[in-house]
Design a protein around this ligand. Structure first.
Ligand code: SAM
Ligand code: SF4
Length: 334
């Protein structure tokens, strides 16, 4: 699928739940959340049907996200089914990592079960290495669980494990090199992400915002000049740089400051309540659930719906234009 601006669409990011066991201040800042009623959330069968049709149109990569995807019941069954869809060659998950180290009755970790179910890449969110700061950022005292989750993911030997760190001034700017060292020691690919108005604008203030450019300068001040590595691409919008002496790669995802950010976009997003969104930073969304739950609609109708959404994909996101997130943006998944 190709849109009006030459974006080749091959990647579907799927939120399977709006629920989460954490309360990150830039994502779900309030303890009380209005979760979606269960019947409004797509069933696994509905999601699998969408992915099957997407695969017939050229979607080859799927990343499962949320909310926290590992909080949804029977999620391993879902991944096992996903693996069997023809054309899907790359399955990933984005997780806060807190549940990856949990063991089933046979002592097998969730990370290992995900690997066995066909997951190739795992993105784990970690903004700080300080347990107190972790609790402040995520609203939960689960730092040790994330560490156990990272260990379990490493033991499971995924094809790649990435660490995603949201940049926040006064919160983690003094830890960037520690996070780099932590990742190097564990062979994890670290990416620094600029704060975006995804689900809330509450913490996105000029005081909290730390740009990728500034973070890069802080790192260079400490570790020496970073070498751009434009040749390194990982199916996403990250710009990669090499650290002197160690050769370690780190990435920056600068949605707010990189004006070329959207040029290589290859994604569509399916929200957990069945809205197909052509862009994370645009209010455009199209109700796939209505099509899925109308018995008269066939897979060809779903395919037409996909193409209609792709045709409406905007050239770039609106985050720099005083974008205000919608109320249920949380269900989109980052
Ligand atoms: N719960 C999982 C997790 O935390 O990785 C998956 C969903 S979460 C919404 C996906 C990613 O979006 C995480 O890496 C998170 O840090 C990032 N994210 C959430 N809100 C953000 C914001 N306002 N700005 C930048 N990144 C954000
Ligand atoms: Fe939950 Fe992930 Fe949002 Fe944090 S960023 S509240 S872990 S969904």
């Amino acid at each position: 699928m190709e849109d009006r601006f030459g974006h080749h669409i091959s990647y579907l990011r799927v939120s399977i739940t709006d629920r989460c066991n954490e309360r990150c201040e830039y994502c779900m800042p309030h303890e009380e959340q209005d979760w979606l009623p269960r019947e409004d959330v797509l069933s696994y069968e509905e999601i699998l049907r969408v992915i099957r049709v997407g695969a017939s149109l050229g979607i080859s990569k799927v990343r499962i996200t949320g909310g926290e995807p590992l909080t949804r019941r029977n999620v391993l069954w879902f991944f096992q089914q996903l693996k069997t869809i023809e054309g899907i060659s790359d399955i990933g998950i984005s997780t806060n990592g807190t549940l990856l180290g949990r063991r089933d009755e046979n002592g097998v970790t969730t990370a290992q079960s995900l690997k066995n179910a066909g997951v190739r890449t795992v993105n784990i969110s970690l903004d700080t290495l300080d347990a107190k700061a972790y609790e402040k950022t995520t609203g939960r005292n689960l730092f040790n669980e994330v560490m156990a989750g990272i260990d379990a993911a490493r033991e499971a030997e995924f094809e790649s494990i990435k660490l995603n760190t949201v940049l926040m001034r006064h919160r983690n700017e003094h830890e960037l090199w520690d996070l780099i060292e932590f990742s190097r020691e564990r062979n994890l690919l670290l990416r620094f992400i600029e704060l975006m108005p995804v689900s809330t604008t509450e913490v996105l203030t000029s005081d909290n915002f730390l740009s990728a450019g500034e973070a890069k300068k802080l790192i260079e001040f400490r570790l020496g000049e970073l070498t751009p590595r434009p040749d390194m691409r990982t199916n996403g919008p990250s710009s990669y740089f090499e650290i002197p002496n160690t050769g370690q790669m780190i990435g920056f995802i600068g949605a707010m400051t990189n004006l070329h950010f959207c040029e290589s976009c290859n994604k569509l997003r399916l929200t957990c309540e069945g809205k197909l969104r052509p862009c994370l930073g645009s209010h455009l969304e199209f109700d796939m659930r209505e099509v899925l739950r109308n018995e008269a609609m066939t897979d060809s109708d779903i395919a037409r719906f996909f193409l209609h959404v792709v045709e409406r994909k905007p050239e770039m996101h609106e985050f720099r234009e005083n974008y205000q997130p919608g109320r249920r943006m949380i269900a989109i998944g980052g």
